[in-house]
Structures are given as structure tokens and as C-alpha cells.
Write a protein that binds this ligand. Structure first.
Ligand SMILES: *Cc1c(COP(=O)(O)O)cnc(C)c1O
Length: 409
């Protein structure tokens, strides 16, 4: 494996200095400046190569610059890229149909970022509550889970319990009720006649790849059905083959009423998101009631169609299942050797570094120096999510590096 310099060179420093001087400081990136990438590998401005074990928080499930996705993008660039929704275009209906068929749903609301998809699902659920369920005006509630991550808008951070994400952004949007993640009894108490929806991540990514107890989502479905509330699954990070299934909820044999998709839906090329669901629910939107200048644009639809085509083969779900089994078998061996716990599903893992070891940040830095890029979350957890195109040999190289780093400290 390519070894990288432990200290930051003048060239790298120059790029980082510009970022720090000219951009807001709302991130704390690792000191690596990427200049090129292909598949599971990235190359920095010094020519050092790294294995990408983060995959853009699962936006890069198909790896960097997947040939089929680059080809679809390039072809569409030569035709038409943007029309606005003032007019129809020839990629829109096909994208919506293909995504609906892939996900077994009836209707698609295309947007751009993940946060926009979540906002859109919240708006649809509220409108549905008033127009269909008959909740009194402005009384609709949405029940969410502790440690959730659904994006960064003012409404979404209003129901976050992460102080860093939320502090000093008030006044907060009312209408949200938080219950402990994975606790079906607490959910049953919180869902009332005024509940429009329950909004949950099937697996909480940002919180450290938290997998709830098995049977939880069957209970969630039953509670929602009993009280006539919608179940919204935020599959922006867990969906599109990351866990070995198209949707992570398939592992639970449960279907949501609305599903938010994003990240990998744009193939690592463009922001593409969507809310998918039934006619009964998404059909509440009428002209003028919601929109986005860029949502469902021709370029995004062309890329999205190519993504759907890749997912329809089942190859990525299969790779995630097989490589994921290998990843988890090897990570489980590290428990007791610098690791206190491993969680996850498919090619996705949260690795808690044992007390007395490196911090998550130190471990991510040490991994970068060993040619593997990943990101810590919440202090002492490493989040691993390699692109699903990674080879078994490369996966093993990355795991070797993780094993080496967590054993230090
Ligand atoms: C990343 C993420 C979002 C937000 O997506 P953006 O494209 O960053 O706005 C929402 N929900 C989940 C579960 C996510 O992982």
C-alpha cells in the first residue's frame, strides 16, 4: 500500500490554507487534498493514493466515476441539462417510472439534496394529515427518534438532539415529538390521533451505524397502522444497496408509506433525491403547493436512470451482502483487540474504539497516513462504508489498516 507523509507538505498546505481563508469553517476535514479518483481509490495533489472507506457517506456506493454513470452523464450533457419544471422534458417520466418500479411504489417526487427530500416528506405528511386523516388545523405531530440525523435545514435541526447541529438556530419549528430509537413501547405511547407520521432511519448512520432490535420495525408498522399514521423511512444513507438490500427495511420485511432517497441516487455525480410512495399519500400535492427549480432536471434524471439500471441488476446488493459478511467477520475478530463493539449491516460498519485507545479523529488521521480514508463520528466511533465496487483484496487492505490502528493507543 502507498504510504503517505505524516506531515503536511507545502503543496497540500497551500490548498488547505485557501479553504480556511476563503470558506466558512463548518467542517473539519482530514488534511488530504483530493485531485482525482476512480472506483474505490482517490489520489491527492501529491500523487498519494488512498482507499476510500467512506464513499461520500454512501453517495459513492458505485465508486468514483462508475463508467456507466459517466457515460449517461456525458450523453445527457450533449442534449439538454435544465428546463425547470415549467415544461416537460423527455427524461422525467421515465426516471419516475423506473424508480417507482424499482422501489415497488406508485409515485415519485424528485428533489435534489437529502434534506430537501426529508422536508418534502414532512410537508406531504402534514398535508395528508389535514386533508385525508382529518387532523385539526396546525395540530399535526411527527414522531422522530433520539440520535436522529435527517439533514441540516432549520426545521430538521429543530428535532435533532445533537447540540452541535442545533444550538443557536432557534426559534425551532414545533410539531415534533422525540422517542428513544428502538423502543417500540415508547413509540406506541407517543403516536396519537394527531400524529401525521413517524419518521425514522432504518439504521442510524450519523449516530454511529445504530441497528435497532430486530422486530422493532414490524412494531413501528403495526403502531402506525393502528393509529392511522404514516411511516416515513429515511433511507438516504441506508438505502440503494448499502446494507445488501435495495432498501434496509427489506431486512425487516416491512414497507414504509413514504421513503426518502438521496446520496447514491445521484451516482456520486450530482445531488439527486426523491420521496417515493403511494398515490394515496403523494397524490395530496397539487400544482403550486411544492417545488424546486432543479428538482427532476434532465441531467439529474439521466444520472438517476443510470443508477436505477445498475441497482436493477442486483449486483451491488449481492456485493454488499458478500463483502459485508467478510467485513463483519473480520471486524468482529477485533473486539477485545482495541475495539469494544461493532455494529452494522452489509458493507457498512460502526466500529467503537475501546476506551484508552485513540480518539476517532486520531484513528482517522492514522488511517489516512496508512492510505485509508474514513471518518469518525461521535468521539470514538469509526464509520466504515467502502464503495460497493471495492475488490475483496482492497477491502482486506483497508481492514488490515483498521486492525493496525485500533490496536495502538
Ligand atoms: C445525509 C443524510 C441526509 C441529508 O442529506 P443531504 O444531501 O446532506 O441534505 C438525510 N438523512 C439521512 C439519513 C442522511 O444520512
Amino acid at each position: 500500500m502507498t504510504m503517505t507523509a505524516a506531515t503536511t507538505s507545502p503543496l497540500t498546505r497551500e490548498f488547505i490554507d485557501a479553504d480556511e481563508r476563503w470558506s466558512t469553517h463548518n467542517y473539519h476535514p482530514l488534511p488530504v487534498v483530493i485531485a482525482a479518483a476512480e472506483g474505490a481509490w482517490v489520489t491527492d495533489v501529491e500523487g498519494n493514493r488512498y482507499l476510500d472507506f467512506l464513499a461520500g457517506y454512501s453517495a459513492l456506493n458505485f465508486g468514483h466515476r462508475h463508467p456507466a454513470l459517466v457515460e449517461a452523464t456525458t450523453a445527457q450533457l450533449g442534449r439538454v441539462t435544465l428546463t425547470s419544471r415549467a415544461f416537460h422534458h423527455d427524461q422525467f417520466g421515465a426516471f419516475c417510472r423506473e424508480l417507482a418500479e424499482l422501489t415497488g411504489t406508485e409515485m415519485v417526487l424528485p428533489m435534489n439534496s437529502g434534506a430537501e427530500a426529508v422536508e418534502s416528506a414532512i410537508k406531504v405528511a402534514r398535508k395528508w394529515a389535514y386533508r385525508v386523516k382529518g387532523v385539526p388545523a396546525d395540530a399535526a405531530r411527527i414522531v422522530v427518534a433520539s440520535s436522529n440525523f435527517h439533514g441540516r435545514t432549520t426545521t430538521i435541526v429543530s428535532f435533532s438532539d445533537d447540540e452541535e447541529a442545533r444550538a443557536d438556530y432557534g426559534p425551532y419549528t414545533p410539531g415534533f415529538v422525540t422517542v428513544p430509537f428502538g423502543d417500540a413501547e415508547a413509540l406506541a405511547t407517543a403516536v396519537t390521533d394527531d400524529t401525521a407520521a413517524v419518521l425514522l432511519e432504518p439504521i442510524q448512520g450519523e449516530a454511529g451505524v445504530n441497528v435497532p432490535p430486530s422486530g422493532y420495525f414490524a412494531e413501528v408498522r403495526r403502531i402506525c397502522d393502528d393509529r392511522g399514521a404514516l411511516f416515513i423511512a429515511d433511507e438516504i444513507q441506508s438505502g440503494l444497496a448499502r446494507t445488501g438490500k435495495l432498501l434496509a427495511l427489506e431486512h425487516e420485511g416491512v414497507r414504509a408509506d413514504l421513503t426518502t432517497l438521496g446520496k447514491a441516487l445521484g451516482g456520486g455525480i450530482l445531488p439527486v433525491s426523491a420521496v417515493v410512495g403511494s398515490h394515496d399519500v403523494l397524490g395530496v400535492l397539487r400544482p403550486g403547493e411544492h417545488g424546486s427549480t432543479f428538482g427532476g432536471n434532465p441531467l439529474a434524471c439521466a444520472v438517476g436512470r443510470a443508477v436505477v439500471k445498475l441497482l436493477a441488476t442486483g449486483e451491488f446488493q449481492r456485493r454488499s451482502t458478500e463483502l459485508g459478511a467478510h467485513l463483519h467477520a473480520r471486524l468482529d475478530e477485533l473486539v477485545g483487540n482495541g475495539v469494544s463493539e461493532v455494529r452494522g449491516r452489509g458493507l457498512w460498519a460502526g466500529v467503537d474504539i475501546a476506551e484508552g485507545g485513540l480518539t476517532g479523529r486520531q484513528a482517522a488521521q492514522a488511517l489516512a497516513a496508512n492510505g485509508v480514508l474514513c471518518k469518525e463520528t461521535h468521539g470514538s466511533t469509526l464509520r466504515l462504508a467502502p464503495p460497493l465496487v471495492i475488490s475483496k483484496d482492497d477491502l482486506d487492505r483497508g481492514i488490515d489498516a483498521v486492525a493496525d490502528v485500533v490496536a495502538r493507543g
